[in-house]
Design a protein around this ligand. Structure first.
Ligand code: AMO
Length: 428
């Protein structure tokens, strides 16, 4: 017997016999008729049962959210408002659901986010929640396609590491046999070593861990980092790759899911490239022009970034950040070493990506370690790769959940994370 999905039904002729597999979302029992609201991963259908001719199981005993297999005839002229209609012949409960449900899948009442995350598997059965992760998958697929088309090789680097990349304070410590090690904050050091290894252009999609104590709607303690590194390139080359990746990712979402997203209230706009660029110094002037005071080397607050972001339609770059605000591996601006060949990609006040041209001269790198109070012996495995003809290179790291949050206008990064890890949550 051929299985169908709800979305395939509309292409069938009336009276075709079909078998669908999914969940019973609701049951409405009338005097002569019973309606079952059936849901699979593609949509909702109505299973109609005429009581006097029904010879199957006791339908009133089927609990909501039980997994079922339903066979019946498709009624092309069905009048159901919820979706295509099937005259049910056989219903088999493949696995019953317990009741009551800890979280209602179909009720219009929205539970609070903690309850939803505690029972995430049920929360994800809701279409409007599920659709976020389908969009995230397409977003990443579009980015991967763009990078692969531009000669990038996908790599996988260790997540248990011996050295910090983004500053020593925000590290999770891991006991690794006799040694104390860390969960990686970023694949930074490894992607750079791979440039010395002659892979030319690499990208990685993987987890990054930050032991940041703040609990905000933009921060996770484990997030998905999309990283690139490219040889014989500078920050301008890296920015062009970033614009292309973001646009390709969003185009993929729009072309494959635009209609479905519109139905769930998301309007996807493909951004125009190139994105506008503004330097750190110009940003300071602009924000100060709106009555704020910024000392040289201060990072911008979310409120200040809101002021700055208001002048741009969507994405924009802040470039040439002061060296004091950037990690040791960032290339100083040759024209003024107080600044760097670096950039952040912003969407209003939200930072989505950091990137830069990197230091490739080992002598300069050692000086940069010292200026940041780091011990070069902790980085010897990394430094060695700079001693044997390391090419000039550049790259960036993009937070996938942040981009997804922006794309779908979600109020909290946890909405774009299947199983968030934050200050209070490590389960499920
Ligand atoms: P950075 O530390 O700025 O740079 O991180 C890059 C991007 O990762 C995302 N991100 C986060 N997302 C959610 N929760 C967090 N706690 C969090 N921290 C960072 C953001 C951010 O823009 N090695 C460099 C990148 C590079 O230069 O290649 C780095 O990790 O979207």
């Amino acid at each position: 017997m051929e299985k169908h999905t709800v979305s395939q039904l509309k292409a069938l002729t009336s009276d075709t016999e079909v078998t669908l597999q999914g969940w019973i979302q609701d049951i409405r029992v009338m005097k002569n008729i019973i309606f079952l609201v059936f849901r699979d991963h593609t949509g909702i259908a109505q299973l109609t049962v005429k009581r006097d001719s029904w010879k199957g199981i006791n339908l009133e005993s089927v609990s909501r959210e039980s997994a079922v297999s339903a066979t019946g005839t498709f009624l092309a002229k069905g009048v159901s408002k919820i979706g295509p209609e099937i005259l049910l012949k056989v219903l088999t409960v493949l696995n019953p659901s317990r009741s009551p449900l800890p979280l209602a899948v179909s009720d219009p009442v929205n539970s609070d986010i903690e309850t939803r995350l505690n029972h995430r598997f049920l929360d994800l059965r809701k279409r409007e929640v599920n659709v976020v992760f389908q969009a995230q998958s397409k977003l990443l697929w579009g980015i991967r396609k763009f990078l692969s088309d531009n000669g990038f090789v996908e790599v996988h680097t260790p997540k248990v590491v011996a050295a910090a990349t983004e500053g020593g304070a925000d590290l999770f410590r891991v006991q690794y046999f006799e040694k104390e090690t860390y969960l990686n904050q970023s694949p930074q050091l490894y992607k750079e070593i791979l440039i010395s290894a002659g892979l030319n252009r690499v990208f990685e999609v993987g987890p990054a861990f930050r032991a940041e104590k703040h609990n905000t709607v933009r921060h996770l303690n484990e997030f998905t980092s999309v990283d690139i590194e490219m040889a014989f390139s500078d920050h301008n080359d890296a920015m062009r790759m970033l614009e292309g990746s973001v646009r390709s990712g969003i185009s993929e979402v729009s072309s494959s899911m635009g209609k479905e997203l519109a139905e769930t209230g998301h309007n996807i706009l493909i951004p125009e490239i190139p994105f506008p660029r503004i330097t750190y110094e110009e940003s300071v002037k602009y924000i100060e022009g709106h009555g704020e005071k910024i000392n040289f080397g201060d990072d911008f607050s979310p409120e200040q970034l809101k002021i700055l972001g208001n002048q741009f339609h969507d994405f924009y770059f802040i470039t040439k950040w002061p060296a004091v605000l950037r990690p040791f591996y960032t290339m100083p601006d040759p024209a003024n070493s107080e600044f760097t060949n670096s950039f952040d990609l912003q969407y209003q006040e939200k930072e989505i990506t950091s990137g830069a041209q990197r230091v490739h001269d080992p002598q300069m790198l050692v000086e940069r370690f010292h200026s940041k109070g780091l011990r070069e012996e902790d980085f010897s495995f990394y430094l060695e790769s700079f001693m044997y003809g390391m090419p000039p290179h550049a790259g960036w790291g993009l937070g996938l959940e942040r981009l997804c949050m922006i794309l779908l206008d979600l109020p909290n990064i946890r909405e774009a994370t299947l199983f968030p890890r934050d200050r209070n949550r490590i389960s499920p």
